[in-house]
Design a binder for this molecule. Structure first.
Ligand code: UDP
Ligand code: GLC
Length: 406
């Protein structure tokens, strides 16, 4: 995808002058410098709009380099006192952080004034960007990547988001119908106020990778060449359920588990727990911690099956469509956005959240009936190439941005 592919007339960010004869310019704001799913969703969009946009990150990290490598202009507006406010500490920290919050609101507003549209990609970005609306008076587009419920968030955060979604955001885009449903329940806004845009990926990155010589691929990745491998992809976090997959291993003596992903948002204690759990269950020699990896296609193709084990409803689940694009059978938690991707026994296998026995049965069935796995994987790969394309995603996203008006 070439930067600027979807740009029509505007080529440079301009100061907003109230004229919309051309494609609006956009300031994207994301709270994280890490490479999480929301950031991977923003990356191709910011690249496609590179000629008429900039990105503000509220923390530095590898995401900045990825954006810059795609031709995107990036600024980091970091303030540790704001970055450190997490949902548990929200009530305790806000007084201490108030001056820094005000400074961040003003700094974002100052940047936003140079553009037509302010696009907020995460919740902290929503709060800081929306609070500054009286200062910047720009169209606020909020892209929601989360299921806004008590399973995932604290009361104060839900209350703040409810207010901002109802009274400040001009446009809301949601990453799945599941995320939309939770937001409808929280805000009372109608479904028509929040178009669903499913993530899209460049499936050719997966389909073009030749994994014909599987032992060689595994050797290159440092994986056991002949073992039956179940891969679980995603950041290490309790709600991603890596512990559920480890719990299944004692019942699956022929299976090795490969955990690909890092503790991106400070979940190092959880990683230590997983290692301890594997030791305690006597399966540590069959659990491979690969850490964060860049080459998802190679790692996914190296697997016999791909697992998704989130214990709560997954808002969307990029790793699920990536596993499908890699033409590997996917076993996923049947809840949330995943229900909009996977159809049980048609293009994958759905298991109830936290259902270890169900996971064991699914893995063992696919291990012993490879033709079933091949059928599911072939259908999955076709479905991703049909629906979850990057072009469709970019078109839908830019449509919303381009129709935003002051
Ligand atoms: N990912 C990656 N390297 C890793 C683990 C994950 O690049 O080691 C990517 C993965 O390919 C996916 C994203 O991180 O695109 C995770 O997105 P997802 O929507 O699955 O989950 P999130 O972390 O956003 O909840
Ligand atoms: C969030 C969600 C994930 C989704 C991603 C991209 O990080 O946790 O489910 O796939 O955003 O929208």
């Amino acid at each position: 995808m070439l930067p600027g592919r979807y740009v029509s007339s505007a080529t440079r960010p301009r100061s907003g002058d109230g004229q919309h004869a051309h494609t609006p310019t956009v300031l994207f704001v994301d709270q994280s410098g890490e490479l999480g799913g929301a950031e991977f969703a923003l990356l191709p969009l910011a690249a496609a709009c590179a000629a008429r946009s900039e990105v503000v990150l509220l923390a530095d990290g590898p995401f900045r380099g990825r954006l810059e490598a795609s031709g995107v202009r990036v600024q980091v507006l970091n303030d540790a006192r704001v970055s450190n406010i997490d949902r548990e500490a929200l009530r305790l920290n806000w007084l201490y952080a108030a001056p820094a919050i005000i400074r961040q609101v003003c700094a974002i507003a100052q940047q936003a004034r140079r553009f037509d549209v302010l696009f907020l990609n995460t919740q902290k970005a929503l709060v800081l960007g929306a609070l500054g609306k009286p200062l910047h008076r720009r169209q606020v587009v909020w892209y929601l990547h989360d299921i806004m419920s008590r399973d995932h968030f604290g009361r104060v955060q839900l209350m703040i988001v409810r207010l901002l979604a109802r009274h400040v955001a001009d446009r809301i885009i949601v990453n799945s119908s599941a995320s939309a449903q939770a937001l409808i329940e929280l805000t009372g806004l109608p479904a028509s106020a929040m178009p669903v845009v499913h993530n899209g990926i460049d499936a050719s990155v997966f389909t073009q990778l030749d994994a014909g010589d599987l032992p060689a691929l595994r050797r290159r990745l440092g994986l056991p060449e002949t073992a039956w491998l179940a891969g679980l992809f995603g950041r290490l976090a309790p709600w991603k359920g890596q512990h559920i997959a480890i719990d299944a291993l004692p019942e699956l003596p022929h299976v090795h588990l490969v955990l690909v992903g890092g503790a991106l948002f400070g979940e190092d204690a959880y990683e230590a727990q997983l290692r301890e759990q594997a030791q305690r269950l006597g399966v540590a020699d069959r659990v491979h911690f690969a850490g964060f990896r860049d080459d998802m296609a190679a790692w996914m193709k190296a697997m016999d099956v791909i697992l998704h084990t989130s214990t709560e409803s997954e808002p969307f689940g990029r790793v699920v469509i990536e596993g499908m694009a890699a033409a590997r059978p996917v076993i996923a938690t049947g809840a949330g956005g995943v229900m909009e991707i996977v159809r049980h026994l048609e293009n994958g296998w759905l298991v109830r959240p936290r259902d270890v026995a169900g996971l064991v049965e699914a893995i063992e069935t696919l291990r012993t009936t490879p033709e079933l796995g091949q059928r599911l994987a072939a259908q999955a790969c076709a479905d991703v190439q049909r629906h979850f394309t990057l072009d469709r995603y970019l078109q839908q996203m830019t449509d919303v941005i381009d129709h935003a008006r002051r």
